[in-house]
Design a protein around this ligand. Sequence first.
Ligand SMILES: *Cc1c(COP(=O)(O)O)cnc(C)c1O
Length: 358
Amino acid sequence: MTALDDLPLRDDLRGKSPYGAPQLDVAVRLNTNEHAFAVPDGVVEAMGKALQVELAGLNRYPDRDAVALRTDLADYLGHGMTTANVWAANGSNEVQQQLLQAFGGPGRTALGFGPSYSMHPLLAAGTGTRWVGAFRDPDFGLTPAAAVAQIEEHQPDLIFLCSPNNPTGTALDPSVIDAVLAAAKGMVLVDEAYYEYARAGTRSALVLLPGHPRLVVTRTMSKAFGFAGGRLGYFAADPAVVDAVQLVRLPYHLSSLTQAAARAALSQRDAMLATVEAIKEQRDRIVATLRARGTEVADSDANFVLFATGGDQKVAWQAFLDRGVLIRDVGLAGWLRVTAGTETETSAFLTAAEEILP
Ligand SMILES: *Cc1c(COP(=O)(O)O)cnc(C)c1O
């Protein structure tokens, strides 16, 4: 048996582990922030028809530039976005990787404020980009002054912001994004994977795009859109940023089937997004119920909640699993993250929490 260490692997990848939440066969799975509801029947039908149309044409490559899909995504985003402002790939992880390929790479630096999405440093590593792990405040907040000081110290080529932030759940104050844009000499990427779940009045960084050609806002259909298995992420930015990623994207990276299914889902967006309010209700129920019993909880604008376990989070994580509830240990001492599920799944979590948490 050949071990990984026996292969001539790149030195900077030695000793690294692949990204991976345990995918365990458990009754209640609240660990990867998927949308809890299945794709509605009417949308399944629309997707089926759209895919059927594509099948005989699979001898041909797909539309390399995914123009029709990008037009539909621009229409969904609003804010004056057009096809030229939008780029799509197989998940927002792929669009972020393409942005790192174009704007990061050997000799360049990317910076993010932890705790945040663990894929950002992994994507940097994979593209040979040096990663600077900057810090949020001890209460997981981030002030404009703290953000700017760390940017000035490290002068990164690319800055990752995540709003609403994973794993803490809270959206960034708009003043932080404004200050970061003013201080940054390179690209600023705002990961808005959870934007559709944000509390009313939360500003999207999309409003800042006019006049900020180095700002990129990434979105995904994996979360509120309930299309995680379909793999479709996208960004909105100045059209020049779209030109930049076209230098590094693989030709025909988005299959005809992906483009067709995503367009069918977007055409049925009201049905696809109909359950977002139900998820937000369960999210708010988790926050309120845990706080009422004295558990510390971070404010959430997402479909998940970060809560304090009052002790070793690994022990608490196992105790939830023993009760058939799979949640996420994000590696933050004393904290665990739970995805808001259906009412039944959420009740199962809260019942277990009542037994487990001090
Ligand atoms: C889940 C998640 C994504 C989604 O990635 P996809 O590749 O689009 O599935 C992106 N960013 C953050 C912060 C996430 O939590």
